[in-house]
Design a protein around this ligand. Structure first.
Ligand code: HEC
Length: 140
C-alpha cells in the first residue's frame, strides 16, 4: 500500500470519529460525558497530585475550589477543552504540563463527577475536537 493511500485512510477514520462524536449526543456535561472507571483513575491522580492545594473534597483552601457554585460559575459557557487547556497549561502549579493528556482527561472526568454531573458508558475522550463540543452548563 502506498504511503499516500494509508494517509487517506487514516484521515477518513479520523473524520468518521469526529462525526460520530457530533452524533453521539454529547453536547454538555449533563449528557453522561465520562464513566466510572475513568473517575477512579482520575481520583487516584488527584489524591497524589492536586489534593494538597485543592483539598480532599475539592473545596479549595489556598487554591480555588474545583467543585461547587463558584467553580461552575467560572466555567459555565466554556467547554471541557477549555478546562483541559487551563489544566495542562498551569497545573499542577509546581510542575505545569507534567502529566500525560490521558491523565489530565481522567482528572477532568473526576472533576465532572465531583460536580455531580452524571456518568455515562464511555470515557471522556482525549480528542480535543470532541471535548470542544462538550459545554459546561451549571443547570441542565
Ligand atoms: C501547589 C498548589 C497546587 C497544586 C498542587 C495544584 N493546583 Fe490547581 N490551582 C492552584 C492555584 C493557586 C490556582 C489558582 C491560580 C490559577 O488559576 O492558576 C489553581 C487553579 C486551578 C484550576 C482553575 C480553577 C478555576 O476555577 O479557574 C484548576 C482546574 C486546577 N487548579 C486544577 C488542578 C489539578 C487538576 C491539579 C493536579 C494535577 C492541581 N490543580 C494542582 C494551586 C495548585
Amino acid at each position: 500500500m502506498s504511503r499516500g493511500f494509508r494517509h487517506l485512510i487514516a484521515a477518513g477514520a479520523l473524520f468518521a470519529c469526529a462525526s460520530a462524536g457530533a452524533a453521539d449526543g454529547l453536547r454538555s456535561v449533563w449528557d453522561g460525558a465520562y464513566n466510572a472507571a475513568q473517575v477512579k483513575r482520575g481520583n487516584a491522580a488527584y489524591v497524589q497530585l492536586c489534593e494538597t492545594c485543592h483539598g480532599p473534597k475539592l473545596e479549595g483552601s489556598e487554591a480555588p475550589p474545583l467543585a461547587g457554585e463558584s467553580f461552575l460559575a467560572n466555567w459555565t459557557g466554556y467547554t471541557t477543552a477549555d478546562l483541559l487547556e487551563k489544566m495542562r497549561g498551569t497545573m499542577p502549579q509546581t510542575d505545569p504540563g507534567s502529566l500525560s493528556i490521558q491523565q489530565y482527561v481522567d482528572l477532568l472526568a473526576f472533576i465532572l463527577s465531583a460536580n455531580k454531573f452524571p456518568a455515562g458508558n464511555a470515557e471522556l475522550p482525549i480528542i480535543a475536537e470532541r471535548l470542544k463540543q462538550i459545554r459546561f452548563e451549571a443547570a441542565r
